[in-house]
Design a protein around this ligand. Structure first.
Ligand code: OGA
Ligand code: MN
Length: 293
């Protein structure tokens, strides 16, 4: 039997009583899927699972994104290319050198974002599992982009409803001054268009589709566009819309990238290992091919 405890009234829920080493029953699957659709993210504590078990659990919820979007892919630590390495470790499991390019690239995870919004078909759910954590810091924060939409004025909603933004990893990294890309990376990370406002079919609610990967809004001068995005990000990440998850080893957190934003928080990554692994599910189609809000 699963027990569901909401974290905020309509955002975030903790689910106890699961054992992800074994296949989910149909009933457990239904509870988890309904809970993430209603609450935007779920925390499933106490899971001692390996890469295979995490991959299998994720695949229950839909097609897994098989392609990693990262730099220096030839130096990978993890067995599955569908598993994203959200750690500060090199291919030998040692803490990354202070000047390692992968370390600088990973700092982009500390900007508010929605996973894979820079891919033509963005992410549906992300499933992050904590294998080892630092003694302090390294929380992950989540922001409720349905609550944020509903709190906007009707005038503002009307202005935003039909806007289309370009997203790229190159735009988010540029905010940190990370600008050295190979030709192949520039091609791989070409901007893709996404709706700014989307309807979440499962709940019937509307969400802002924000991300630090946004670098342009179609038909709007860039400084004006980027100021608007900055204002919307600030609006959406006010304390009333945010929950900070303090990790314990064995936690699985699964979030819906269609209805939430997230970011990692700082920790002493030169001293402590933080080993987190993520499997990402694909949304059904590019947002422009989905129903308008
Ligand atoms: C991610 C991510 C933030 C963190 O796994 O997609 O952005 O806290 N993680 O590591
Ligand atoms: Mn992320």
């Amino acid at each position: 039997m699963l027990t569901v405890t909401p974290l905020k009234p309509e955002f975030g829920a903790r689910i106890e009583g699961a054992d992800l080493r074994r296949p989910l029953s149909a009933e457990e699957f239904t509870v988890m899927d309904a809970t993430i659709n209603r609450y935007g993210f779920i925390v499933i504590p106490g899971q001692d699972i390996d890469d295979d078990q995490q991959m299998e659990f994720a695949a229950r919820f839909g097609p897994v994104d098989q392609t990693r979007a990262t730099v220096d892919v030839q130096k990978q630590r993890l067995k599955y290319s569908a598993m994203n390495d959200i750690s500060n470790l090199d291919e030998k499991g040692q803490i990354l050198a202070a000047d390692d390019r992968r370390r600088f690239f990973s700092l982009g995870n500390r900007l508010w974002h929605s996973d894979s919004s820079f891919k033509a078909t963005p992410a549906k759910y992300s499933l992050l599992h904590a294998r080892s954590i630092p003694p302090s810091g390294g929380e992950t924060e989540f922001a409720d982009t349905r609550g944020a939409w509903e709190a906007l004025s009707a005038e503002m909603q009307a202005q935003l409803r039909d806007l289309v933004c370009d997203h790229s990893l190159i735009y988010s990294r540029a905010q940190l001054g990370f600008s050295e890309w190979t030709e192949a990376e520039r091609r791989q990370f070409e901007p893709v268009p996404q709706r700014l406002v989307r309807r979440h079919a499962e709940s019937g609610r509307i969400a802002l589709f924000l991300s630090s990967h946004i670098g342009r809004i179609h038909g709007m001068p860039t400084p004006e566009a980027m100021m608007l995005i900055r204002d919307l990000l600030e609006h959406s990440t006010q304390p009333c819309f945010v929950h900070a998850h303090r990790w314990a080893v064995g936690d699985v957190v699964m979030w819906d990238n269609r209805t939430s934003l997230h970011r990692g928080r700082a920790y002493d990554d030169r001293r402590y290992k933080r080993d987190m692994r993520r499997v990402t599910l694909l949304d059904v189609a590019p947002t422009l091919e989905q129903e308008a809000a």
